[in-house]
Write a protein that binds this ligand. Structure first.
Ligand SMILES: [Zn+2]
Length: 414
């Protein structure tokens, strides 16, 4: 095997193509290695439509960026024919080393996709010494092609949640397959609320899935999601993710604390002690702040106690026990809240969970792990870092897919 053969292998060259020449251009900085590819004179080429061997009609010289050779940029040049197919007329052939319309070789693109999975797009573009806009175009292509091949025929249960895609009121809504442990994200779309469920229903249909087979949908308590679930996934049970119940009360506690801090002086570290999960580690000052809150008989302390009692509800082992605990919790909480103006936010949270009681309890009957939405936050944060500097909805969506959708293998074979 000589040097040409090795290069030919890397390019995926096959007859009639072969390497006709190499030139190291030292005038350029960095130096450029120029490879010229050529086909035998009189060779036949496959028609891009039907594959029939056809004669060349005319040629056009085209150039592609290839993987760097050590520190040298490398370019591949070839005279690419148009064939005259008896059936399809004159067509430009498809070269084996690059995909249609790309100015990069397949090997270059694969390397770029490998790097983009591990680091921000801007960093990858710098390493490969290419324009970041071109790199985004490559990312878009591979992600779109892989997502289009997702098979969702087995999908039976999904979770839906939204995140802000950037400052202002821009949202991206994502859908997770609840039966998939790794890379569970199967759809991401701009916008939020009811219409995103219609979009997912269409996405499902175009990937072998069927809305009528969905048995469970997990979401927060937003009316827009719920009405979308009812309208588009009528056969499913709606389950509220426990994470959203806790979040509801965490926000209520925070509201109480802010209102109360305008009237009395709260212990300094109280904000953190209150918002922190009791299972998490306390800093040394937090327990002090807490006991101070309790001893001062503050509304914030009562709101916090109510929120903490949710843990006890959560630990119920059966639906029956959970139902009983939730009732007990609500009664106890109302007795603390009743008539206290400052605790109104907690009362509001209580009314919300009463309204969604069945869907909240549904988690105890669910065959699915309902802790997914919490893991989503990690995905969103990672995607935001990866797409740094390009926070528009489409770039964000592409990176979310790249990180969390089950498309790793299809990207390799695209
Ligand atoms: Zn043809």
């Amino acid at each position: 095997m000589n040097g040409n053969d090795i290069i030919a292998l890397g390019l995926g060259l096959q007859a009639p193509w072969e390497i006709a020449g190499q030139l190291l251009d030292t005038e350029k900085n960095p130096h450029e290695l120029l490879l010229t590819l050529q086909a035998r004179r009189g060779a036949l080429y496959p028609c891009p439509v039907c594959g029939a061997s056809c004669q060349a009609h005319d040629f056009k010289e085209m150039t592609w960026r290839h993987l760097n050779f050590f520190q040298h940029h490398c370019y591949v040049t070839a005279s690419v024919p148009r064939v005259r197919c008896p059936e399809h007329g004159v067509k430009r052939i498809q070269v084996p080393w690059a995909r249609k319309g790309s100015r990069f070789t397949l090997l270059f693109e694969q390397a770029a996709m490998l790097l983009v999975r591990e680091m921000p797009v801007l960093t990858t573009a710098r390493i490969l010494e290419m324009k970041d806009k071109r790199l985004w175009r490559i990312v878009f292509h591979y992600v779109r092609a892989s997502v289009s091949r997702l098979d969702l025929s087995a999908l039976r249960a999904f979770a839906v949640d939204e995140t802000k895609s950037r400052k202002g009121h821009r949202y991206v809504t994502v859908f997770l397959d609840l039966d998939r442990k790794e890379k569970p994200l199967v759809f991401a779309v701009c916008g939020k609320g009811r219409e995103t469920l219609a979009a997912f229903r269409r996405h499902l249909a175009s990937h072998g899935g069927y809305a009528g087979r969905i048995v469970e949908v997990v979401s927060d308590m937003s009316g827009a999601f719920i009405s979308g679930i009812k309208a588009h996934f009528a056969n499913s049970t709606h389950t509220v993710d426990w994470f959203h119940v806790v979040q509801l009360f965490t926000r209520a506690v925070d509201e109480v604390r802010r209102a109360e801090s305008k009237r009395v002086t709260l212990p300094k570290a109280s904000r953190w002690a209150i918002l922190k999960k009791a299972e998490g580690r306390f800093t040394s000052r937090q327990p002090d702040a807490l006991s101070e809150l309790v001893s001062m008989d503050l509304h914030t302390a009562n709101a916090w106690r109510i929120k903490e009692l949710l843990r006890w509800v959560r630990r119920a082992e059966t639906m029956r026990a959970a139902r009983w605990r939730l009732t007990w919790f609500a009664n106890m909480a109302w007795s603390l809240v009743a008539g206290k103006d400052l605790l109104k936010p907690v009362g509001k949270a209580l009314r919300t969970i009463e309204k969604h009681r069945d869907a909240i309890l549904a988690r105890w009957d669910s065959g699915h792990n309902n802790a997914r939405t919490e893991a989503l936050n990690g995905i969103f944060q990672a995607a935001k870092r990866r797409a740094r500097g390009y926070r528009n909805d489409q770039t964000f969506i592409n990176i979310i897919y790249l990180l969390a959708a089950p498309i790793q293998n299809t990207i390799k074979s695209t």
